[in-house]
Each structure stands twice: as C-alpha cells, then as structure tokens.
Design a protein around this ligand. Structure first.
Ligand code: AMP
Ligand code: ZN
Length: 115
C-alpha cells in the first residue's frame, strides 16, 4: 500500500527502530511508547486487520508475527518479565494504523480491564 506508514517502514522509506525482521514480519519500537517496552510486531504483507487475511494464510501470517515478537523479546532478555499483547481492531478499539499489528507491552504493572 503506497500511503501506509508500516508498508513504508517495511520498504525502508521511513526509519524505524527495528528489533527483529525476517521474511514474514518485522518488530519495531513504538514511536509513542505506553510502557517501558512497547514493540509492534507487523506482518510484511499489508492486511488492514485479521479478518482480511485469507483463511488458508492465517497460520502463516500469524505464526510469522508471533515468532517475530518472541525473537525480539528473547533478544532483549524480556521473556521472563511478562508482557501483554494487544491488537486494536477498527476505530472503536482505537486502531489508528490500518495495517495489522500486535502491540507488545511490558516493563510495568499492566492494569485490567484496559480502557
Ligand atoms: P494502533 O493505534 O493500534 O493502530 O497502533 C498504531 C501504533 O503505531 C501507535 O501506538 C503509534 O504510536 C505507532 N506508530 C505510528 N507511527 C509509527 C512509526 N512511524 N514508528 C513506530 N511506531 C509508530
Ligand atoms: Zn501497510
């Protein structure tokens, strides 16, 4: 997608603090962190949301994203600390970038329920 921020980061057109990348996904630090660590795990392919992934590709896309954030957490030594995954879907949930991504948040107490 030409005007998608995350596609631009994936194409290398705008900079990002990249923690991990492979052929399926990238992990970057969120530009506006909401916790001491706040990463975004982003599939390389542009899907606005999880419902846009063709069912036969669901495992590959999600597996790639999950593997990528695990690798980033391992590289940062954060696996034992605990963390939260968040996927905002649609405006009502606060999604601002329409390219599927998983937030990985940690490094502080995370209250429940989220706002
Ligand atoms: P959401 O609101 O769930 O769609 O999440 C989008 C996230 O992308 C927000 O937490 C933003 O702070 C983050 N974000 C937007 N632009 C950038 C960027 N250029 N680099 C890193 N994170 C970004
Ligand atoms: Zn995109």
């Amino acid at each position: 997608m030409d005007d998608c921020i995350f596609c631009k980061i994936i194409r290398g057109e705008i900079p990002a603090d990249k923690l991990y990348e492979d052929e399926h996904a990238i992990v970057i630090r969120d530009i506006n962190p909401q916790a001491p660590f706040h990463f975004l795990a982003i599939p390389r392919k542009h899907y606005p949301g999880v419902h846009d992934i063709p069912p036969p590709l669901m495992g590959e896309v999600f597996g790639g994203v999950m593997n990528a954030y695990c690798k980033a957490l391992e590289a940062c030594g954060l696996v034992q600390n605990g963390y939260r995954l968040v996927a905002n879907s649609g405006e009502i949930a606060g999604q601002t970038v329409p390219h599927l991504h998983i937030h990985v948040l940690g490094g502080r107490e995370l209250s429940w329920p989220p706002g």
